[in-house]
Design a protein around this ligand. Sequence first.
Ligand code: SF4
Length: 331
Amino acid sequence: MKRTLRSARDLAAAGLVTPARAAEITPVEARYSVAVTPAMAALIAAGAEDVAAQYLPDPAELVTAPHELDDPTADAPFTPIKGVVHRYPDRALLKPLLACPVYCRFCFRREAVGADGGLLTEAELEAALDWFARTPAVREVILTGGDPLILSPRRFAHILARLSAIPHVELLRIHSRVPVAEPSRVTPELLAALTLETPLYLCVHANAAAEFTPEAGAALRALHGAGLVLLGQSVLLRGVNDTEAALEALFRTMLRHRVKPYYLHQLDPAPGTARFHVPEAEGLALLARLRGRVTGLSWPAYVREWPEGGGKYPLGMPAMQPGAGHPRRSG
Ligand code: SF4
């Protein structure tokens, strides 16, 4: 498999689903984008069910549960200008595009991301960068999307250079699936774009140990060699990593690849994702059973989002008020 698979028909042609299953999931692709990179398709073809569950569409995606929301993290009310989300006082998101190398079936932005890209125009991007320059409270810029590492290295280098030149921006952070889902994008040109004076953290999204292929390992080593600090973020998902063994393998594999597990997210209630839900009590019990058995280095914060944009809060900690300390709203 040399190219990304983008339809039920592609998946059937590659032997990842039967023709009968392709017919069942074809209606899903009309609503939610499909993309399975060659690296992930190879794992699925080899029988990695925990990878297949993350990327192969399912007819259940067309059923929205009563509690599910189009914008579960409530980005829209915290968008001061197109492409920016400012929820916390000292940090803000920049979303230069809304396309990804793969489309996760549980994505919390699934109503926004997709193959048509959502790429900011030059003017929109410059306006967003100007917003950061005139907002001195923001010390950290989090580049997300979509997946910013699928931008061309030239465009990405321009964005990073503009942000690095802002005196009050102390930290840059990228959230990406690329190092595991499409490691071939980690080229010398991209590494050159990512080599900065400003501290640059890369939050790598992965949910199963199997996703760390030898190619992913090489990409992560190169990124670490370029001076990036590597963090891991995962989502607790039924059928993917909802066992002690799966979580232990994921966290240990991250550490072996110089990736410090940072967040384990409770699933956000995006439409058609109920089949992935693991109750919080079960997640807490799973982590409690791991504690003491695996190195403390592997310990992520287990977090969920308050509804209506209240931000993240850690599970298993004393009760907090939504958005405690947030000056812009009570959430
Ligand atoms: S890579 Fe992130 S934004 Fe893209 S589909 Fe997956 S979860 Fe959503």
